[in-house]
Design a protein around this ligand. Structure first.
Ligand SMILES: CSC[C@@H](O)[C@@H](O)C(=O)COP(=O)(O)O
Length: 356
């Protein structure tokens, strides 16, 4: 099963390119595994904003497939407006804009079918990128921690198959460690307020048969300080040219604790998450999701009725707290002074190429 995919319509042979988006509704996990069929762009935008589909790579694919959907269903002027709204549906993960821009460029060059072909290349490139990151990530861990045959790793949010099309980024590395018999235990931060760690990462770790514990986010520091963790593996929503990395709120605190404990801190993300146009973390827009997600827990108010709350959905980990950034194309040794911009330029992803 893929987290998000394009399903050709029954009459696609008569009308090539017709179809719809199918995605797992992540708001219902871990209790129910339900797929949504999406035929309208406004339904897709709503799914993105309520985190039915989430995680930077999956958002990139959603953006690209959304352009294909708009191109087949809407007249050109309405499609343009709907695509602009799709691009802005969530601001922090650069992958959403990348996916939209890639399919939109193809649409403008070659029409609706070209947009769909480009979107499917974004999807396929994401799957291939996750496989490559799992290889590079496990190799990097072997290099960084040569004296440990098997590892206990700590992670935050959900960076597994649910955050991509298949496999995942940081959790894809954890899955490969597990397959290779090199995972002692995974420790998943619960990830307040929407519990991507407790709900989604724990669900994925359980399905793969890995040993794991969920901890409250504020237990990460003592867990690292006590010496029970060999490495921290996290994903990214946007990596600036200097290596500063935006990821789920709480990541910065984990990085500080990892640095204090001398534990390697690895960011695992596809090249498409690197934004060369963003010079540093100060230039990254942080999504503000409003106070209700903090004041209420699954519909139950947990604060005084008149309490106000702050709810930044992401934070920025400065590059100096990052040991390495593992992408599908390279390992950037940030601790040695390399940055995404200064390191050997990687080939841009296959999906950006045209078929023309
Ligand atoms: C491989 S997913 C990388 C990031 O997108 C992930 O760590 C994250 O922060 C997701 O946030 P979310 O708000 O659930 O979309």
């Amino acid at each position: 099963m893929r987290t998000i995919d394009w399903i050709p319509a029954d009459d696609a042979e008569r009308e090539p390119g017709r179809g719809f988006i199918r995605l797992v509704d992540q708001t219902l996990l871990p209790d129910s595994l339900v797929e949504l069929d999406i035929h309208d762009l406004d339904v897709l935008v709503d799914a993105i904003q309520r985190l039915a589909v989430r995680g930077a790579p999956a958002l990139g694919v959603a953006g690209a497939l959304g352009v294909a959907l708009a191109a087949q269903n809407l007249p050109a002027d309405l499609a343009r407006q709907a695509i602009a709204e799709l691009r802005e549906a969530r601001p922090t993960a650069v992958n959403l804009a990348y996916g939209v821009d890639t399919a939109l460029a193809a649409l403008e060059r070659g029409g609706a079918l070209a947009a769909l072909e480009a979107a499917l290349r974004v999807r396929d490139a994401d799957i291939a990128a996750c496989v490559a990151m799992a290889e590079r990530g496990t190799d990097a861990l072997t290099r960084l921690i040569p004296d440990r045959a098997a590892l206990t790793v700590l992670t935050i949010c959900n960076t597994g198959a649910l955050a991509a099309v298949e496999h995942g980024t940081a959790l894809g590395v954890v899955a490969k460690l597990h397959r290779d018999g090199r995972l002692v235990r995974a420790i998943a931060c619960e990830t307040r307020p929407l519990l991507q760690g407790a709900r989604l990462t724990a669900w994925e770790l359980g399905r793969m048969g890995a040993s794991y514990d969920v901890i409250v986010d504020s237990a990460a520091a003592i867990t690292l300080a006590r010496g029970g963790v060999d490495a921290v593996l996290v994903g990214a929503d946007r990596i600036a040219a200097n290596g500063d990395t935006a990821n789920k709120i709480g990541t910065f605190a984990v990085a500080l604790a990892a640095a204090r404990a001398g534990v390697p801190f690895l960011v695992v993300a596809p090249e498409t998450t690197i934004d060369p146009a963003t010079p540093n973390g100060d230039a990254i827009e942080i999504e503000d999701r409003g106070g209700a997600e903090v004041r209420f827990f699954r519909g139950v108010r947990v604060t005084p009725p008149d309490a106000t709350a702050l709810n930044p959905a992401f934070d920025v980990t400065p590059a100096d707290l990052i040991t390495a950034i593992v992408t599908d194309a390279r390992v950037i040794d940030v601790v040695a002074g390399d940055t995404p911009a200064s390191d050997t330029p990687a080939a841009r992803p296959v999906a950006a190429e045209t078929t023309e």
